[in-house]
Ligand binder design. Structure first.
Ligand SMILES: Cc1cc2nc3c(=O)[nH]c(=O)nc-3n(C[C@H](O)[C@H](O)[C@H](O)COP(=O)(O)OP(=O)(O)OC[C@H]3O[C@@H](n4cnc5c(N)ncnc54)[C@H](O)[C@@H]3O)c2cc1C
Length: 303
């Protein structure tokens, strides 16, 4: 089957305005890099997402899930098959001390929603620029908190196309990891169990974390956040700094001079620049300190 056929079929299956062909992905990623998706589908409901997945599984069309693109480098050759962009499914609701968010709701918005409802537990997420689905996938965390501390359950679609309710334990959450990729699950929504708190206390904590983040991270440039995971016993940023790599640039991508763990697109950077700079940093750190840096950022797509 060709991408034209996928486009025609999917346009009949769901709202035609939610299906695009040869869509540039650089506008969907935080690094502002990446090639095109053969087909990009932006469902607005669980039903639409389910229909698209069923079609892809039935017709053996490769499918890639995309949240806010804040932890992804999509290579310059783009992505073959269908990219399922969840960003339009962003409802957030609450019931007592529990908040339920659709996969595409930004975790920052869920954190702000918790503040409005005077619920504590999600303050750590107030500056993490991903979606709820992406935050579960990565077990996102910051400043001592992470998704696994507050996640109660989720609704997912399995790789057999079945809708399933799962508990947090089922998702095998660990340091910046989960079993979502191994099981090829699509997260549709998540429920967080929080505690009643006081508005001013929650707000103060969020303001404090925001201040820390803004003073330490190069948020004025496109980036994908921390490129590497923390290697056991070390800090990736410190190893990079001590390897004199800050300011090193390949093409339009540079190791940030403000935060050594970040690589910023200083203008015209490509995904290939990112991949080459990542490799250069890994090789240099390995040579100097014998430490393997594992990427936290997901690198996908074709060269
Ligand atoms: C400036 C900056 C600061 C950051 N700070 C932090 C931080 O403090 N802590 C932290 O943990 N991270 C941080 N990140 C990284 C990133 O925001 C998180 O990893 C976030 O959880 C990724 O979510 P996303 O929606 O952007 O995922 P994407 O980048 O879109 O996708 C990441 C992975 O999740 C998968 N995925 C996305 N949605 C779904 C879904 N619904 N179902 C199944 N799989 C899905 C994708 O297929 C992909 O493999 C930062 C990034 C930036 C750019």
């Amino acid at each position: 089957m060709t991408k034209l056929k996928w486009y025609e079929d999917l346009s009949k299956l769901i709202n035609v305005n939610h299906v695009k062909k040869d869509e540039p992905l650089r506008t969907y990623t935080f690094t502002h890099t990446g090639g095109e998706a053969d087909i990009l589908v932006s469902p607005e409901s669980n039903n639409e997402a389910g229909e698209v997945l069923a079609y892809c599984y039935e017709n053996e069309v490769p499918v890639t899930f995309l949240g806010n693109g804040s932890n992804m480098i999509i290579k310059d050759g783009g992505i073959r098959g269908v990219v399922l962009f969840l960003g339009k499914m962003k409802d957030i609701s609450h019931n007592g001390n529990k908040i339920t968010a659709q996969a595409g709701a930004k975790i920052i918005d869920v954190s702000r929603y918790a503040l409005e409802k005077r619920l504590t537990g999600l303050e750590f997420a107030c500056g993490i620029p991903g979606t709820t689905g992406g935050a579960l996938y990565m077990n996102a965390g910051a400043y001592g908190g992470e998704v696994s501390d507050v996640l109660e359950s989720a609704v997912v679609v399995t790789d057999k196309g079945e809708l399933q309710a799962v508990t947090a334990e089922d998702l095998g959450l660990g340091y910046r990891t989960s079993n979502i990729p191994d099981r090829n699950l699509l997260v549709l929504e998540a429920t967080f169990a929080l505690q009643a708190g006081e508005y001013d206390v929650i707000k103060e904590k969020m303001d404090d974390l925001t201040f820390k983040r803004e003073s330490k991270q190069p948020l004025e440039f496109p980036s994908c956040g921390s490129v590497f995971k923390r290697p056991p016993g070390y800090f990736a940023g410190k190893l990079i700094q001590d390897s004199d790599l800050q300011g090193v640039q390949i093409g339009g991508v540079m190791v940030s001079t403000k935060h050594a763990g970040f690589m910023v697109n200083v203008g015209g950077g490509t995904a290939t620049d990112y991949v080459n700079l990542i490799r250069h940093v890994q090789e240099t750190v390995k040579e100097k300190f014998g430490v393997d840096l594992e990427t936290e950022v997901r690198i996908i797509g074709e060269d």
